[in-house]
Design a protein around this ligand. Structure first.
Ligand code: COI
Length: 330
């Protein structure tokens, strides 16, 4: 059996090599992303492993079928960039890694909120300029706040546990409530109810067409004054221009964004010698109370190892058995 993995970073390579050694599968690692020009070269490979940072359109799956690739195994959770219908129509099995480390993302989102609440960026900037005064950057404690968690899947639940550890009051909303959490009475009945009560809103839901720009001008108007927004989920959930307006008029006290709706040409690229073309993103970068990180909430040693090894195992199982527990197009 032969696999080819694209977008392989240096921090992933050792996990690919270790897995290959203990299996009977040959795995070729390529640093570059999978692009349409490379599709003809895929003949002879049973599975393709990628990260969901590009798009996976219909013509890609038609080519997979033509050259004999049976499986697309993505080393992450989200499948919003993949034309799953086209994959199914072409008989290609798509697998993901639904739980490589929910804690990695949950911990990062809490980290970012704490930085906002304690004004660490502002203090760091002051200290760098040898200004060691305190006022006016007095902080807030989590135990005095209500945290509204949107999405109570694995990541949302890990975040809830952490917030509870800090003594925060936690409320949540999910179209598909978790039975255990429901018993605890954590859920409110609507987005509007959560917006009205939460001092902090943290997003832990997938991006669907129905939730595109969920956090837009109308939602922001329903929120408490001085609300904090944390997005480690998907950029498309937030209308960035509405968010910028909310920050500028003081409705939103701070935002931490690890995802951005047009992030693909920016995140995980070194653009220091190039002008930033995206004017909305540039405006975000200039705001003092917005923390931007380049989609790194997932990026821990535990998560990276799991992403690689689970994706490989899923691909192997899908090729040999025609199915696997992490199949997403069935
Ligand atoms: C995901 O797992 O869906 C992520 O957002 C991580 C990223 C590397 C694509």
């Amino acid at each position: 059996m032969k696999f080819i993995a694209f977008n392989v970073r240096s921090d992933e390579e050792k996990y690919f090599k270790a897995w290959e050694k203990q299996s009977d599968v040959q795995v070729e690692c390529v640093a570059a992303p999978l692009t349409t020009e490379k599709l003809d070269g895929l003949a002879g490979y049973d599975a393709v492993l990628t990260l969901q940072t590009g798009t996976y359109p219909e013509k890609m799956f038609e080519k997979f079928k033509e050259v004999g690739v049976k499986v697309l195994s993505i080393r992450n959770v989200g499948v919003d960039n993949i034309d799953l219908k086209a994959a199914t129509e072409n008989g290609i099995l798509v697998t993901n890694v639904p739980a490589y480390s929910p804690n990695a993302i949950a911990e990062f989102s809490v980290t970012q909120l704490l930085q906002l609440l304690r004004n660490t960026t502002l203090f760091r900037r002051r200290v760098a300029a040898h200004d060691f005064r305190w006022a006016p950057f007095v902080g807030k404690e989590l135990r005095s706040l209500t945290v509204g968690v949107l999405g109570t899947g694995r990541i949302g639940r890990a975040a809830i546990n952490i917030y509870r550890g800090f003594g925060a009051k936690v409320i949540a909303y999910d179209l598909y409530p978790n039975p255990e959490l429901k018993k605890e009475g954590i859920y409110v009945d609507s987005y509007a109810e959560l917006f009205a009560q939460a001092d902090v809103i943290t997003l832990h839901m997938p991006a669907t067409a129905a939730d595109h720009h969920l956090i837009g001008a109308e939602a922001i108007a329903q929120m408490k004054d001085g609300v904090y927004l944390i997005n480690t989920a998907r950029g498309a959930l937030v209308d960035t221009e509405a968010l910028i307006a909310g920050i500028k008029n003081g409705k939103i006290a701070g935002a931490a964004l690890d995802t951005y709706e047009n992030e693909s040409p920016i995140f995980n690229h070194d653009l220091k010698d190039q002008p930033l073309k995206d004017t909305v993103f540039k405006e975000l970068l200039e705001l003092d109370n917005v923390l931007i990180t380049p989609h790194v909430a997932f990026y821990t040693e535990t998560a990276v190892e799991n992403m690689v090894t689970i994706a490989l195992k899923s691909a192997q199982e899908a090729v040999t058995k025609g199915t696997t527990a992490t199949l997403v197009n069935q």
